[in-house]
Write a protein that binds this ligand. Structure first.
Ligand SMILES: [Fe+2]
Length: 464
């Protein structure tokens, strides 16, 4: 009994010591950063962010993550629900990275909301930020505009030599110019390229991810930013020979799962791997081209059938009278030209197993557009694979756009073999801008970053 009392006393002393260390070392308040918006069902928003923990402390500096929000800056009278905190081993003994997310439910459609991450004892509040909520599902009263790209990451010294100085920052500047005319973003995987910096090569994995996400906060805190998994998220094997330097926590989508919160829960999907959402008269499906189908490039998180069964179910429940436009994003394509790097490293053309898993379903359910990245250029597949035109009138199957040229630190690809299905190809860094004008007409434009020139533009016309 006496021994138990001593233990209890010792434990209490330990706790107060930890508490006092926290207080001492957190004299200056921590700040929330990397703020990200994602859809959470037809009427919800998910807000995620990061902050460091107090130095040398394992305590959660913000144990009840909360966002307050409302219709004006001076009246933030609603409170978020479902606050969640998490961390993973970032191999930094001095400070833990904490990741938070909350939900804002039952938002009024097409409404400007102001929000603020509420302060805690050790973390200061955020600025008051704002976003526009989704239109009501089926609303066709105005066009929808989205920015699309894949393969976007932070430059280092070597990358500056490949791409010209600071392509990442220049691309952010270009996106910023388009922000007032943009409803949401689709990022088709390969987000930040943290695994190009596995350990202490200019930046560590975590430093690269944190810098990239912090620099993007202005975009991701004001527009819904919807991601899918690329090979750089699912594992850390990008650089042969030094990939053993990656931490085990940098495998199996672990950092990506902590940092992003896609609406898989609301759409019956899985993690950030596969999910769907509605925005006005558009239904968007986001797939994993990395895992969970036969012969997938990066193995399986679950199995080879769950994702495909989910896709069938999701496609079969889309009401095309309500959401006539059906868009799919996935990291990899199975059409298009062959890059020198792909030929040299893999000996395969694009992703044939993705084709086997998904293509017939996308054709069967008349998907309008398939957006991919992975190859570091912009390429447009011809109408029906053969017709060279910029007017895609009632195509047989999705319009295929490969759009991974915005700014990969690995540099843009060089052409090895042009596909006879390819009607436009450029390696100039740029991004896609998709306007869904009405139920029958969409316009896709590829903008070059350096001068915002429209390098390619097509109309997609569907007589429904
Ligand atoms: Fe990739």
């Amino acid at each position: 009994m006496k021994q138990r009392k001593i233990y209890s006393f010792g434990f209490c002393l330990f706790l107060s010591l930890i508490q006092s260390i926290d207080t001492t070392l957190c004299l200056a308040k921590l700040v929330p950063d990397q703020i990200r918006l994602a859809f959470a069902g037809d009427r919800g928003a998910n807000i995620g962010w990061h902050s460091f923990g107090c130095p040398l402390s394992t305590s959660n500096p913000n144990p009840t993550p909360t966002v307050i929000y409302g219709f004006s800056k001076t009246n933030l009278n609603f409170t978020s629900i479902n606050g969640n905190s998490s961390f993973y081993d970032t191999r930094n003994p001095l400070r833990i990275s904490w990741f938070y997310h909350v939900q804002l439910p039952n938002l009024q459609p097409s409404t400007l909301y102001y929000y603020q991450i509420k302060q805690s004892t050790y973390v200061s509040s955020s600025d008051i930020l704002s976003f526009q909520s989704s239109p009501i599902v089926g609303d066709q009263s105005r066009p929808i505009n989205l920015i699309t790209y894949g393969d976007f990451g932070v430059d280092g010294l070597v990358e500056d030599l490949v791409n010209g100085r600071h392509l990442f920052e220049r691309a952010l500047g270009a996106l910023q110019k388009m922000l007032p005319m943009t409803d949401f973003f689709l990022h088709h995987g390969d987000i930040c390229y943290a695994d190009d910096s596995p350990e202490d090569l200019f930046l560590t994995y975590e430093e690269a991810f944190n810098y990239c996400q912090s620099m993007m906060t202005n975009i991701t805190s004001s527009r819904f930013y919807m991601t899918t998994v690329g090979n750089h998220e699912i594992n850390c094997t990008e650089i042969p020979k030094v990939d053993q330097l990656c931490s085990s926590v940098h495998q199996n989508q672990i950092p990506y799962s902590h940092r992003f919160h896609m609406p898989s829960e609301q759409s019956g999907g899985y993690l950030n791997s596969w999910y769907s959402f509605n925005y006005g008269f558009v239904h968007v499906i986001s797939l994993s081209c990395e895992s969970d189908f036969p012969n997938s490039p990066s193995g399986n998180l679950l199995d080879t059938t769950t994702q495909i069964n989910w896709l069938k179910n999701d496609l079969s429940h889309v009401n095309r009278n309500v959401t006539p436009w059906l868009i799919v994003q996935c990291h990899r394509a199975w059409k298009g030209s062959v890059a020198k790097q792909d030929k040299a490293e893999h000996g395969v053309i694009n992703c044939p197993s993705c084709k086997d898993a998904f293509e017939s379903l996308l054709i069967q359910y008349n998907v309008d557009i398939y957006l991919a990245g992975h190859v570091h250029w912009y390429e447009r597949i011809c109408l029906n694979g053969v017709v060279n035109t910029t007017q895609y009138v009632n195509p047989n199957g999705p319009v295929y756009l490969i759009n991974g040229a915005i700014g990969s630190p690995e540099g843009n690809d060089k052409l090895s073999q042009r596909s006879n299905e390819s009607c436009f190809l450029t390696t100039d860094p740029g991004f896609g801008y998709l306007t869904i004008n009405d139920r029958n007409h969409a316009t896709f434009t590829y903008y070059r970053i350096s001068d915002m020139a429209k390098l390619d533009q097509i109309d997609i016309i569907k007589n429904r």
